[in-house]
Every structure is written in C-alpha cells, then in structure tokens.
Write a protein that binds this ligand. Structure first.
Ligand SMILES: [Zn+2]
Length: 121
C-alpha cells in the first residue's frame, strides 16, 4: 500500500472510532433514560397499588371494578390499546380546540380543565 493509501486507511479508522464513541455515548444516554423511566414507572405502580389498597379497605372496591373501569377509560378514544389518549375539546374560555394533554390553552392561556387527571402530571 502506498503512503496515500495508508493515510486514507488511518483516516477511515479514526472516523470509525469516533462513530463508535458517539454510538456508545448514545447507548449510555438511552440506558440512563430507560433507568430513569423505569424508576418513575415503579414509583407510579407503587402509588397506584397503595391507593387501590386504601380504596379496597375503606370502600370495598374490588380489583374487578378497577379492571372494568380501566377497560372503559381505555376505550373512550375508540381504540382499546392499553393507552389513555388525550382528547381535543373546546377551550372553556376562547372556544378554540385544545388538547387535554396541555395544562393551558395554547391560544388564550386558560387552564384546560377537561381530560384525565394523570395527563396533568
Ligand atoms: Zn382558550
């Protein structure tokens, strides 16, 4: 291999090493994000279990009632996919259509009162 060929090959190796480092950094970031999300999900599951057990003890609410309500809420957007979709509703102040996933109307800033409780968190 001539000098130019060796130079080109070394340059390609350095570029490939840079790409590998960037990919590794992205993988570390993704792992960190996944661990953070897992921690949040675990915390929410714990809070939900605690609330359910309090309701079960105080009001006699059964798991079956909770599961039925979950299915009903899941189907409100017309799709039973295990997700709670945001809805589009008219703003109570300006009347324009806003997503219930938003805390405030993007047009007038009024609070969006409709939607699911956990969309506001
Ligand atoms: Zn508005």
């Amino acid at each position: 291999m001539n000098l130019f060929g060796e130079f080109f090959q070394e340059q390609r190796i350095r570029e490939t090493q840079k790409e590998a480092r960037r990919a590794n950094e992205k993988a570390v970031d993704a792992t960190s994000t996944t661990l953070d999300l897992r921690k949040r999900v675990d915390g929410l599951a714990l809070a939900n279990q605690a609330l359910f057990e309090i309701l079960q003890l105080r009001l006699g609410i059964s798991e079956e009632e909770v599961l039925q309500r979950m299915a009903e809420i899941d189907g409100r957007d017309g799709v039973r996919d295990g997700k709670m979709a945001a809805c589009v509703v008219p703003c109570r102040s300006c009347g324009r259509k806003v997503s219930t996933a938003r805390q405030r109307c993007m047009y007038c800033g009024s609070p969006v009162a409709d939607g699911h409780l956990f969309e506001k968190i």
